[in-house]
Design a protein around this ligand. Structure first.
Ligand code: HEM
Length: 140
């Protein structure tokens, strides 16, 4: 039995700040490599340094670890609002999750942690798609 989701168990299991840094690096490497992800890579700024840093800082709090995103970036973040300027389809959400799966495949984590993270990340990914559909009036 795992207790992921309880207090900072998930944050600790991914290896804390350093583990998250590696995961996010591998995530964006996958995004730059996988042909299925080219479309979402191209939505990002050319230089990924700040986006990577923001994702590490955001995921720290999201995984029950230190809430360092608002400390560094001045305010908390609503994921749907942060993506509202983008047209994000269900296929884009799938491509995002595929990059995360590739990063996790590359990580030395127990399988139940990988499964847990994929399950949990599907919620915000789908929510971001739904909010984009409403904001931009698309149905895909
Ligand atoms: C559903 C598919 C997704 C796509 C296509 C996507 C795409 C993007 C893009 C293009 C940016 C850069 C925006 C810009 O610089 O203008 C961004 C930023 C960001 N994304 Fe996503 N994203 C997705 C899902 C997620 C998920 C599931 C999370 C978290 C669990 C996430 C967390 C973030 C964070 C924290 C930022 C930085 C936002 C900020 O500080 O303004 N994204 N995303």
């Amino acid at each position: 039995m795992s207790n992921f989701g309880f207090e900072d168990a998930t944050y600790k299991a991914v290896g804390g700040y350093d583990g998250l840094g590696k995961l996010v690096d591998d995530f964006y490497t996958a995004m730059e490599t996988l042909p299925e992800a080219k479309h979402i890579r191209d939505m990002h700024p050319k230089d990924l340094e700040v986006t990577k840093d923001k994702l590490v800082y955001f995921l720290s709090g999201w995984m029950g670890g230190p809430r360092i995103y608002p400390e560094k970036y001045g305010r908390g973040l609503s994921l749907p609002m942060a993506h509202q300027h983008l047209k994000i389809t269900a296929e884009d959400a799938k491509a995002w999750l595929m990059c995360m799966q590739a990063a996790l495949d590359n990580a030395d984590y127990p399988q139940n942690l990988k499964d847990y993270l994929m399950d949990q990340l599907a919620f915000p990914a789908n929510r971001i798609n739904e909010v984009s559909q409403k904001a931009h009036g698309h149905t895909d």
